[in-house]
Design a protein. Structure first.
Length: 325
């Protein structure tokens, strides 16, 4: 290696190290919806590209099943256009043949389908790499695109992306964990609660410690990573746990709680039980809830029956010690 080459190599290593530091900082500082665009904008300073497709997927019978995606400078319609020529995309086979190794594809010189896709979206060449998580079997994939008339991708760029993808996958996980932590900070201290991130197909991407134990209460044989029940915005209400779902981009932020004996009470019965357990009389509860004392007595009888208790002290114990729900 000549001296100028050595200097260039040292400069590149310094720039790559700084890029890793910056992306790690972004993952720790930004909420999940803001992380991908910020990380790609930072990457452009070291590895030039015009647009990108970054996501998580799994290869099933030679076909890509998307679990999450982020388009950078590409329209949403790009996915439908790509689907229409997916069987002609040599990138899929080449990148999965050697996972972790970036590949360069000239979209104009491979198949008619890729040539059409490139012409339709004004892109001519792509640099693609995947990294597969051994636990979930999901693959983080990143495709960088350049437009016609720009310099071609070379071995330097290919090596950079090859060495970068595992760090990017870890950064995505860190950003998801930060989203969980931020969500927990908005909640009261609840020892019977755990948070997780999953995709719309029900595959876990990240989870707090204790999440698996809580799901095991409801489904003892569950091992993951795919959840044992389909989830949507309605969440899930089971015999032992409840799951709330909150959308974050194309993912779900999950809050799972262990249900206590109070979960069998109606909303009105729960309010009566809480006031009754705190020591209020029938008349005081009636004033607080703007209902008749006779209605309070009716609710108390129902509460005793549902909770299988017979005195105020037992109700107070359950109210004060049971987890939410």
């Amino acid at each position: 290696m000549t001296k100028p080459d050595a200097v260039a190599s040292d400069d590149l290593l310094d720039a790559f190290s700084q890029l890793l530091w910056d992306i790690n900082q972004l993952a720790q500082q930004l909420p999940l919806p803001d992380f991908h665009p910020a990380a790609l904008t930072r990457l452009q300073r070291l590895l030039a590209f015009d647009c990108a497709w970054w996501g998580r997927s799994v290869l099933i019978d030679g076909r890509i099943e998307e679990h999450s995606r982020f388009f950078f400078g590409l329209p949403e319609g790009y996915l439908a256009d790509w689907r229409s020529i997916e069987h002609q995309d040599v990138t899929v086979e080449r990148s999965h043949r050697e996972p972790g190794q970036a590949v360069i594809v000239d979209m104009r010189a491979t198949t008619p389908g890729l040539a059409w896709l490139g012409e339709r979206h004004d892109i001519s060449e792509l640099l693609c790499v995947i990294h597969t998580n051994p636990r979930t079997q999901l693959s983080d994939h990143l495709s960088l695109y350049r437009r016609p008339g720009t310099p071609r991708f070379g071995e330097r760029e290919r090596q950079l992306l090859t060495h970068l993808i595992s760090h990017l996958a870890i950064a995505v996980d860190a950003s998801q964990i930060r989203t969980l932590v931020a969500r927990r900070e908005c909640l009261e201290h609840q020892p019977h609660l755990a948070l997780a991130v999953c995709d719309r197909q029900g595959v876990l991407h990240s989870a707090e410690r204790g999440f698996s134990d809580l799901l095991g209460d409801e489904w003892p044989d569950w091992q993951g990573p795919r959840l044992p029940v389909h989830l949507d915005e309605a969440g899930y209400q089971g015999d032992r746990i409840s799951i709330q779902c909150r959308p974050v981009l194309d993912l779900w932020l999950l809050t799972v709680c262990r249900l206590g004996p109070l979960s069998c009470l109606s909303a009105r019965e729960l309010a009566v039980a809480q006031h009754f357990g705190s020591g209020l009389t029938y008349k005081a509860i009636a004033r607080e809830l703007a209902i008749a004392p006779s209605t309070v007595r009716h609710h108390i009888r129902s509460i005793y029956q549902k909770l299988d208790v017979h005195d105020k002290a037992s109700v107070a114990t359950l109210v004060n010690r049971s987890p939410p729900g």
